[in-house]
Design a protein around this ligand. Structure first.
Ligand code: G4P
Length: 540
């Protein structure tokens, strides 16, 4: 194992400075998939737009449980896409769009340094965007806003800025500005140069088109109704008077959001967004570690360390294996290296490491801070685990959500009991659902806990598809959970309107039918502390 070197590893720092590790957050249908596809087009990662969509379809047809995504028209899984553009290396973390998967999204956002928030010009801030925004804010992630679908009639763009300011408290600073919208859409103005980038409907965004720029002051409004053209010019004047300058520090501190306009579908304004994002977004920096003031951060050029932020099994039915996703936090990762697994203190050889491009796997030989590596079949790795080389380090645990829904899982075929147990243990480890056990029924009829009904549907689906177990879900009266000290478990058994259970980590939980039941228990047992489970709370 290497030791801390005195001289900074400038090559590593230089390479890390090119990394942009980020996520796109949006309400379903705002255009996240389309935008991702266009990013990849610029990166040369795909050669023709449509590839991501067809990937979506291909994925749904080749992967068993992703069939559920297709049926429900939702995105459940998170993948990581890697691409380069003009010297930058982007690691794009794909987050599931559905509200029921906020826990998975939260874990994924723990690995990101920044986010792009996509809004539909016609809809503004939608509920799921707001929820995801709050998660980003809690994580301190700087956010760049992309207002999409300018080729369609939309809301007044000044109104969108007001909404951002009033509803999420960010100060929006437009970098580009649209001239009209819908059928009148003439293009966007780059406020940094005062130039108009003209929109053309001829190209449907399937290829990387050159930008036609001209000074707005002398540009011909051709095709755009004069009143709409004038309105855009006046808005721009107003912005110049009214709007504060874009201040990168204010953006990094989560006070400002740079705003870009465009049309992902028409591949318009996307290059400006990608370049603007790359210039503004932070490169990976030192990571805060546990241990307080003595060891406040792991510096980038310290020996290798990484955080496991996601574990997923059976992503690809051709391989049927388990992938642990690591974000490299410091030092260099090299395939075949041995690192210490923080939780167990055991050495672990990182032999099978991949970068994933949807279903396709590419072996990773080296990675630097900010990069995401998928380690295959490292069975002991769990979400929140730290790996390190050299000086021991631990990253703060990834917060979990307090479960709000509970259901009993019943195995329909007793001859498949082993598979039933194994399957649920796997889903519990991945965090698809939390599996709770009552002493009376043990592994036979565990209680599944989660924040959304869809989590249970995914669990049942995967139990059948991957473990050959048909599971029936039975409703329960439980509505909230509290953690207690194990010593108090016997006293709480038999308490009205509650049940005592244990989770995978051996914690003792009490489930209650209502807040009143919790209050009665607290009154009957003043000596017991009923702690909330999970640090993060799902937004209502
Ligand atoms: P999502 O991943 O955020 O859920 O959204 P997605 O990109 O799948 O886009 C949702 C719909 O919005 C798609 O239409 C897509 O073509 C359309 N769209 C995305 N960006 C733009 C844009 O800039 N302008 C316009 N006019 N439409 C846009 P769909 O009909 O659901 O799918 P498809 O038939 O086009 O594939």
């Amino acid at each position: 194992m290497s030791s801390v070197t005195a001289a900074p590893d400038t090559a590593l720092l230089r390479e890390t400075a090119t990394r942009r590790t980020f996520a796109i957050i949006s309400h379903p249908d705002a255009g996240k998939t389309t935008l991702t596809e266009k990013f990849l087009l610029y990166a040369g990662a795909v050669h023709e737009a449509g590839a991501v969509k067809s990937r979506k379809v291909a994925r749904a047809t080749t992967s068993d449980w992703m069939e559920l995504e297709r049926q429900r028209g939702i995105s459940i899984s998170s993948t990581v896409l890697h691409f380069g553009y003009e010297g930058w290396r982007f690691n794009l973390l794909d987050t599931p769009g559905h509200a029921d998967f906020s826990e998975d999204t939260y874990r994924t956002l723990c690995a990101a340094d920044a986010a792009v928030m996509v809004l539909d010009l016609a809809k503004g801030l939608e509920p799921q965007t707001l929820k995801l925004f709050r998660v980003c804010r809690d994580r301190g992630l700087p956010i760049v806003t992309f207002v999409n679908k300018c080729d369609r009639p939309g809301l007044p763009p000044l109104g969108i800025l007001d909404e951002i300011r009033e509803r999420i408290g960010l100060d929006p600073v437009p970098v580009t500005w649209p001239v009209a919208d819908g059928a009148d859409f003439a293009g966007i103005v780059d406020r940094r140069t005062g130039e108009l980038v003209r929109f053309s409907r001829a190209d449907h965004g399937a290829t990387v088109a050159a930008e036609e720029r001209e000074p707005l002051a002398t540009a011909d409004p051709r095709g755009c109704p004069p009143d709409r053209w004038r309105a855009a010019v006046e808005e721009l004047e107003l912005l110049d008077l009214d709007q504060g300058e874009l201040d990168r520090d204010a953006f990094l501190a989560g006070r400002q959001t740079p705003v870009f306009f465009g049309s992902a579908l028409a591949n318009f304004g996307v290059r400006l967004l990608l370049r603007g994002f790359a210039e503004l977004a932070p490169a990976p920096g030192p990571q805060a570690v546990e241990g307080g003031p003595v060891a406040p951060a792991r510096e980038l050029d310290e020996p290798f360390s990484a955080l496991v932020f996601k574990v997923q099994a059976n992503m690809d039915p051709r391989h049927r294996d388990r992938v642990a996703f690591l974000r490299v936090c410091s030092g260099r990762f090299s395939r075949g290296m041995t690192a210490v697994h923080g939780r167990t203190g055991r050495p672990l050889q990182l032999k099978y490491a991949h970068q994933l491009f949807a279903q396709d796997r590419e072996t990773v030989d080296a990675a630097v801070p900010g990069d995401i590596v998928g380690v295959v079949n490292a069975t002991g790795l769990l979400v929140g685990d730290t790996l390190y080389d050299g000086k021991p380090v631990a990253f703060p645990p990834i917060p979990t959500f307090a479960p709000e829904r509970f259901t009993v899982a019943r195995n329909r075929d007793s001859s498949r009991y082993k598979q039933f147990r194994r399957g649920l243990a796997q889903l519990d480890e991945e965090g698809v659902v939390h599996v709770l056990r009552r002493p009376e029924t043990g592994d036979q009829e565990p209680i599944l806990a989660g924040v959304g009904q869809l989590q249970f549907e995914v669990a049942t689906y995967r139990m059948a598809a991957e473990f050959g177990c048909e599971v029936t879900l039975v409703g329960t009266p439980w509505r909230l959970a509290r953690v207690i000290d194990a010593a108090h478990a016997p006293a709480l058994r038999g308490q009205r309107d509650s049940v005592v259970v244990t989770d995978r980590e051996g914690r003792v939980l009490v489930l209650f039918t209502s807040p009143y039941a919790l209050r009665w228990a607290a009154e009957d047992h003043p000596e017991v502390r009923f702690a909330e489970l999970g640090v993060a709370r799902r937004e209502a």
